[in-house]
Design a protein around this ligand. Structure first.
Ligand SMILES: [Zn+2]
Length: 266
């Protein structure tokens, strides 16, 4: 066999001895791969100082975000919600405070995530946008910081779990272990009275106590004030207060548009 350089061999191959990916046109690449840039390899070789260097493709981060969003259990519609979609114009002070607080929390997250006061609580008035703001915070943590978040809507979440013990165990475990747990509408009141069964209290306590002991952050919305949360369950209420006290806004009743909740969600 005559001596040939690698370059010559590659050249011959490219000229049609065998069909190579490099021969395909850009058009067919684009339709064949999710990411034409790296042909779904997660990276590609570039020349650097005469060497071929493997470079990670940006689609890897995009895929990670997609995976995180999918696993979060936030509905596809709500995954679109950001701070941009939240309108503070003409809104009472408390709502502007809540808006600033949620944005600040995301900005501070990396520094505080392991601290005692590593959580955020938006409490009070229904329809004031608490869920929107915390959803925006959750989305931003996933999208820009790649932090896994699990969403747990208190009422619907427990309805789904009530009759399936295996599912319950798995879910409670995920709620304990997730980097961030978003609990929406904790102890949602019915006719002004906080509602939680002993069983729900027990499950919530085991999740929250675990997270408290292990310094794992929560995002919490509830119509109840801290005082009422403490009255519902003292140990649980005081832990929540300790965790959220640096990022805590209580929205007291004021006259404003009650359908605020639906803004930006279509
Ligand atoms: Zn790629």
């Amino acid at each position: 066999m005559t001596k040939r350089t690698i370059e010559q061999i590659l050249d011959e191959l490219r000229k049609g001895r065998r069909p190579l990916l490099a021969d395909k046109t850009a058009e067919s690449d684009a339709s064949r791969y999710d990411c034409p840039r790296c042909k779904d390899q997660g990276g590609y070789l570039i020349r650097q100082n005469g060497l071929e260097v493997w470079t990670m493709c940006s689609c890897m981060a995009e895929r990670k975000v997609k995976r995180l969003l999918g696993a979060s259990e936030i509905t596809p519609t709500f995954r679109q919600l950001g701070f941009k979609e939240f309108c503070i114009e003409g809104k009472p002070h408390a709502i502007k405070d809540a808006f600033e607080c949620a944005k600040e929390y995301v900005a501070d997250y990396e520094q505080i995530k392991d601290a005692r006061k590593n959580s955020i609580g938006l409490l009070g008035q229904p329809g004031s946008g608490k869920t929107h703001l915390l959803t925006a915070a959750a989305n931003e943590l996933m999208r820009t910081r790649h932090v896994p978040v699990i969403y747990f809507p208190f009422v619907e979440g427990f309805t789904d779990l009530k009759n399936d013990f295996d599912l319950l165990e798995a879910k409670l475990n995920r709620m304990k272990q997730a980097d961030v747990l978003f609990i929406d509408d904790l102890f949602k009141p019915v006719n002004g009275k906080p509602r939680a069964t002993d069983w729900q209290l027990e499950q919530m306590y085991s999740v929250l106590n675990y997270r408290y002991l292990n310094h794992k952050p929560i995002l919490l919305s509830s119509e109840l004030t801290i005082e009422t949360l403490v009255r519902v369950d003292e140990a649980l209420g005081t832990r929540i207060y300790e965790m959220c006290s640096d990022y805590l806004v209580i929205i007291k009743g004021a006259a404003y548009e009650l359908n605020h909740r639906l803004e930006g969600v279509r």
